[in-house]
Design a protein around this ligand. Structure first.
Ligand code: AMP
Length: 396
């Protein structure tokens, strides 16, 4: 049902990480009130929201009370239980709808949707038992075994180099269901951040080029250096997916561009995405403001890019030898610092990002990396050892 929520209304957010934080900042800039709901306290989103509710996602009384205080609800990441979202939807509209979350929060459902709708996906087979391992052949190798239950940043994944490693990989993953994906020897990784309004209108940012390290996004560059045909195809695929899924809001489509020039969809994120963070500083309307506009039924904003840009993630690893040297990074011309207000720095944890703007993407990438390097070149000695010791959960 089409309904518009004007500035002054209250938006509820399920989930309280950095995506919710940047969404709440955009919403408040537009004059909305923001209430956030999650099991945690003093969260990245809670710190900038009007109201922070701390309760479990299965606490129906607390969810009902939360829904009673807000006009419309969105979620900041896809690990929110679908049951919670559907329950909220009985009281106030949730955008994007529960069906989008249902499809995209489980790898096999997502791949089945993509394949049956004719979108190009990485070749895969489903593994539910050791018997399924017998069907795996040398042609499936090398591969990546991924749990179908939602993971992120490479969690719940094991690389399988050869057939002989299949059984140990299945045991190591220790889950009821997985997909075995062929390892793609890609030329590049790309993403398209797209937004669909209540009226079905769609706007898309130009494809963004992404570099991952240990399965975690490290660097994003926009605009991507691509043949026009590839960029146009990626945008067409993105538009098709948002339309078929009836998305209202932002969705990011992650792609591999194979060495022979073919696009394969790697995965979908039904929300603003890490690779789109550079739109905050580099575009007329950022992805978070687009999410606010779409969720509230307002016209979508311009996706015009103001300058070439690069975004470098700041992981907890940077705290290894003490507090990073913020002054050094901020002294770098045309670099913007974004920190998420997280108290504990852990290896692999996303603590913030830097965006560099320049005359070319190459220059922007160099500036972003230079600024990030400057953070650790002169750590302050009195703050040594503040990194929480935690084993890397990433399998590679
Ligand atoms: P995911 O969480 O599935 O998006 O994986 C995170 C990252 O791991 C991707 O962005 C790629 O860099 C890498 N990766 C995942 N699946 C594959 C694959 N099938 N082939 C090659 N690299 C992959």
């Amino acid at each position: 049902m089409s309904r518009v929520f004007l500035p002054g209304s209250t938006i509820g957010v399920l989930g309280s990480g950095q995506l919710g934080r940047m969404f709440a900042m955009a919403a408040r800039r537009l004059g909305y009130r923001v209430h956030v709901y999650s099991p945690d306290d003093d969260t990245p989103t809670g710190q900038v929201a009007d109201v922070e509710v701390q309760a479990e996602y299965d606490d129906l009384e607390a969810i009902k009370a939360f829904a009673g205080q807000v006009d419309v609800v969105s979620f900041e990441f896809e690990n929110i239980p679908t049951e919670t979202v559907n329950f909220v939807d009985r009281f106030v509209p949730v955008r994007p709808g529960g069906q989008v979350l249902h499809t995209t929060q489980q790898r096999l459902r997502e791949k089945t949707f993509l394949q049956s709708s004719g979108f190009p996906v990485t070749p895969y087979r489903t593994i539910r038992s050791t018997a399924d391992l017998d069907d795996v052949s040398a042609a499936d190798m090398p591969g990546i075994l991924k749990s179908t239950a939602w993971g992120y940043d490479g969690k719940g994944q094991v690389k399988v180099g050869s057939l002989s490693e299949m059984h140990s990989a299945w045991q190591a993953l220790d889950c009821g269901e997985a997909v075995l994906e062929r390892f793609v020897d890609f030329e590049k990784e790309l993403s398209v951040v797209a937004v669909r309004g209540q009226d079905g209108s769609i706007v898309t940012y130009d494809p963004i080029e992404n570099v991952h390290r240990n399965h975690i996004l490290d660097l994003s560059i926009s605009p991507a250096t691509l043949p026009r045909r590839v960029a146009d195809d990626a945008v067409d695929i993105a538009r098709g997916i948002l339309t078929d899924l009836d998305v209202v809001g932002v969705m990011c489509i992650e792609f591999f561009l194979s060495k022979d020039g073919n696009l394969l969809v790697n995965e979908l994120a039904p929300r603003p995405h890490n690779s789109g963070h550079l739109t905050i500083d580099a575009h007329t309307t950022c992805q978070f403001e687009q999410q606010v506009r779409a969720v509230c039924g307002l016209p979508l904003g311009s996706v015009n890019q103001l300058r070439p840009a690069a975004m470098a993630n700041l992981l907890g690893d940077l705290w290894q030898n003490g507090e990073p040297n913020w002054s050094a990074a901020l002294a770098t011309a045309d670099v913007k610092l974004h920190l998420y207000g997280k108290k504990a720095a852990r290896v692999g944890r996303k603590m913030g990002h830097l965006t560099a703007l320049a005359e070319s993407t190459l220059e922007a990438a160099l500036q972003a990396k230079k600024a990030r390097k400057a953070l650790v070149e002169q750590n302050s000695p009195e703050s040594k050892g503040c990194l929480e010791s935690s084993p890397l959960t990433i399998s590679s």
